[in-house]
Write a protein that binds this ligand. Sequence first.
Ligand code: ZN
Length: 424
Amino acid sequence: MYDLARTLRDAPRSITGTGVRATLSSISDHLPLRVHEVPSGTPVLDWTVPPEWNVKEAWLAAPDGTRVADWSRNPLHLMGYSTPIRARVDLKDLAPHLYSLPDRPTLIPYRTSYYVRTWGFCLSDEVRRTLPDGEYEVCVDATLDDAGSLSYGEVFFPGSVDEQVLISTHVCHPVMANDNLSGIVVATALGGWICQQPRHWSYRILFVPGTIGSITWLARNRQASAGIRAGLVLTGLGDRAGFTYKRSRRGASWTDRVMEHVLSEAGEETRIVDFSPYGYDERQYCSPGFDLPIGRLTRSSHGEYAEYHTSGDDLDFITPYQLEGSLSVLRRVVEIFETDRRYVNTHPFGEPNLGRRGLYRQVGGAVDQRSVELGYLWMLSQSDGDHSLLDVARRSGLAYDALRSASLALVEAGLLTDVGSAAR
Ligand code: ZN
């Protein structure tokens, strides 16, 4: 994952353009990705696909010719979606087009202006403060092409049912590692793993530019979206903090319950926060017309760390260890999505005779035998077709995997019938 992040780092991503295409092409080396191109100008829900933006060169030169900002050195130097310009501008007239962070003077900020046509340069405040008066040369050699398109990638792994789990990550931020390379590489690795697993659910993984990409996907897939039973938006999965899970708008969806359980057993500091209509693409998936059961997994949340949306969010800010920890949580989430079933007790009048069926100790047993037997008793007690394995785990305090073994043994003995997934 870390190597893939390194490979993807320099593709000049934005919400459209060659950087997104190069990113999707690298992901295609690992996953059977289908890349969609949606023409600029296409109406999508209440939005319109913007013109495609590409940059050839962009720099700002001081009166002595020194390039104080240069897109080829770091794409963050140029405000995303800057309009083309070639001019000589006095420093005082340049001021409204310059962005820096006085409270974090060494960092270059990340700025975009997708829907208001303007141009701008971003630089560290310590450089900005040393800029001499005089005339600066401004060059933005970029194109905003109305005949271009928006690109997004989609992977679909069919399962034994058409209903699906949706995983979505954004692919529009240049250079920065936690936001958004970490989401891209963890989603890619997760897809590679899901591809090799037997599947009850179908799985769809989306690599979309933020906001406009998820809106575009939803506009084109209203019908498919109705079959989504669970899902997650992934980003910010590589920094050194513990996990933050943001619940879906529904608040107690199956995704929310599974995530809360998995994080409780993850052995890392975790924080569960309620839905709010601010953040990443969960805003679109959870808009009231769709109201999908989709939450968001991050480590640090957006805006909570000094490096957020700056040049400080580089490859040193994320670690292979944290990426791996994030992937391992997600593999566990998928395991529970696959196995969290509901059962019905076929002998609900009184306790069935477990001893007669060889399920109960004949003589006083060892401690672990005792917890297996507790698993039988809890499953028989709660299996009325409504409560799922996860519900029983939460209520009993017994381990999910122990209850799963117990339920499989009870099915074998004819005492439980599997009546379907926990997600209905
Ligand atoms: Zn961001």
